[in-house]
Ligand binder design. Structure first.
Ligand SMILES: [Fe+2]
Length: 190
């Protein structure tokens, strides 16, 4: 079973049905990377900005609201940095590797070092993200709004649930599919 699907199941989280689409196992890596950057990264950046504002207004009235606000702040900082590293360092290195493989060239290291090491760093960061998502889910009681909460909390919980949904799929695409395919390519071009 793919790593992220297994970790999510263990944490009581579930990938949306989009996860069953097999097309990304065979599409070229540039297409997959473009999809990750243009759809998931763009959506995540705007959603994290919106959530930070929304949490600032709503979280003080929630049970454990301070911790939820803190986690969103940490997620925003970590994910913005992670996406920047992926776009500037990791994804260009993967595309270089894909070109070498297509042209039948040997590929030692990218200018940023071994792609495998870059992938390991990204995997560590994704695993911290999953822990933060798990804690937010627990603190919000699975995003369940109670009668005592304001309507602002309902909006916040719904958007947090949507963020988790999109982020799990995004991380699944990167770790289970993209990085898995990179490991195969790197083996072929050594
Ligand atoms: Fe990403």
């Amino acid at each position: 079973m793919p790593i992220i699907i297994r970790q999510c199941a263990a944490a009581g989280m579930r990938l949306s049905s989009e996860g069953s689409d097999p097309a990304w196992n065979t599409a070229c890596l540039r297409e997959l990377i473009d999809h990750i950057v243009e759809d998931h990264h763009a959506h995540l950046r705007s959603e994290l900005r919106a959530l930070e504002k929304l949490t600032g207004a709503t979280a003080p009235r929630l049970y454990e609201g301070d911790r939820v606000a803190e986690l969103i702040c940490v997620l925003k900082e970590d994910l913005e940095l992670q996406m920047q590293k992926e776009e500037i360092v990791l994804f260009p290195a993967i595309l270089e590797l894909e070109s070498a493989s297509r042209e039948g060239r040997r590929f030692g290291h990218s200018k940023f070092g071994s792609v495998r090491n870059l992938v390991k760093v990204a995997e560590r960061s994704h695993s911290q993200t999953l822990q933060a998502l798990e804690e937010i889910r627990r603190l919000t009681n699975n995003y369940c709004c109670q009668a005592k909460h304001t309507s602002g909390a309902g909006v916040l919980f719904r958007r947090l649930a949507d963020l988790e949904d999109d982020l799990l799929w995004h991380i699944h695409l990167e770790i289970d599919i993209l990085f898995g395919r990179v490991a195969v390519l790197e083996g072929e071009t050594q």
